[in-house]
Design a binder for this molecule. Structure first.
Ligand SMILES: [Ca+2]
Ligand SMILES: [Ca+2]
Length: 112
């Protein structure tokens, strides 16, 4: 048996509690498309040519610091291209010569 204080109801005191939930980085970026396809004319396919800056990546986190992405490339053909880690700007990194009979380049873009 526990003893409990007998309180006079008129002596109660209250305080308001306010709780704010803060965003944390608990969502990973997601590509909205899983394939991207581009055609480039060989006379334009020179180092520095911009292929795209339009990777559609969504991150459900709200705070800007939880929505910063880091892009990278992977795969054998990725050496012909470069990507800006923060903006996702994809550029040609070599001269892509049609007469060398390599027409198709395939690689993966990572975003984390
Ligand atoms: Ca995030
Ligand atoms: Ca979050």
């Amino acid at each position: 048996m526990q003893a409990s204080e007998i309180v006079d109801p008129s002596s109660n005191s209250t305080a308001v509690v306010l709780i704010t939930v803060l965003d944390t980085n608990d969502n990973s970026p997601q590509f909205l498309q899983d394939h991207y396809y581009y055609k480039i004319r060989e006379d334009l396919a020179l180092p520095g040519y911009i292929v795209t800056d339009q990777f559609n990546v969504q991150d459900k986190d709200i705070y800007p610091q939880n929505r910063r992405f880091k892009y990278s490339l992977s795969g054998a053909d990725s050496k012909y291209f470069s990507i800006d880690p923060s903006s996702g700007l994809l550029k040609v990194n070599a001269s892509l010569d049609y007469e060398q009979r390599k027409f198709n380049f395939s690689f993966k873009v990572f975003c984390k």
